[in-house]
Write a protein that binds this ligand. Sequence first.
Ligand SMILES: Nc1ncnc2c1ncn2[C@@H]1O[C@H](COP(=O)(O)OP(=O)(O)OP(=O)(O)O)[C@@H](O)[C@H]1O
Ligand SMILES: [Mg+2]
Length: 235
Amino acid sequence: MLLMQHIAKVYRTESVETNALRDFNLSVKQGEFVAVTGPSGSGKSTFLGIAGLVDTPTGGTYSLDGTDVSTMNDSARSRFRNRKIGFIFQAFNLIPDLNLINNIEVPLAYRGIKASERLELAEAALKRVGLGSRAKHYPGQLSGGQQQRVAIARALAGSPALLLADEPTGNLDSEMARGVMELLEELHAGGATIVMVTHDLPLAERAQRIVRVKDGHASEVTRLSSAFTAKGGSA
Ligand SMILES: Nc1ncnc2c1ncn2[C@@H]1O[C@H](COP(=O)(O)OP(=O)(O)OP(=O)(O)O)[C@@H](O)[C@H]1O
Ligand SMILES: [Mg+2]
């Protein structure tokens, strides 16, 4: 589903050059649930932005569902993104002037879904994250954790084939975090491929695979539980 080979991302400002990703290689199969961990500044959000077609690499190749997306022009890339990808941003990226329902409707509108269906999908998504009664509120009237849940509702409203989540539980208490994790697991059970960046190890352990990003590189994490299984334990 997702194949990154030798991806590089260099950020250049007037005085500094940052190699955010260097020879970054990762493959994620259709239907997998992958957790991504790693220290702050290691390149996790940079990777996710490239994976979600909101950012472009400065080197390497990226193919998504067998299509080489690294050579696509901007408009083809946006169309691809709108059709296939749900993105939960680390900083929410909600639009302050739009109420919650309208915020959730934005990506659905880009996809060409008609107004009545959009409203239905947006209301259902808002209910799923426990904010059904806040439809007419604006992002500024919500707590950080509530805004995070709206960002999640927006990403899942269109039932994307690929869901990319950047610290989706970062601003939530542990009970709410478990609720969000259950929601992601439900989407995964429904066939979605999920890549979730998280600092929360117990949550990461619930994914099928853990990838660690360090200094712009990706490496697989061998888990204690899978090491036991490999030794012949029955799961
Ligand atoms: N727009 C930008 N311009 C310049 N440098 C950037 C930009 N975005 C990220 N960087 C740099 O790239 C590196 C990787 O950043 P990134 O946001 O991917 O880290 P992260 O692993 O997501 O960290 P965190 O866990 O704190 O969210 C950092 O050194 C960061 O300062
Ligand atoms: Mg980040």
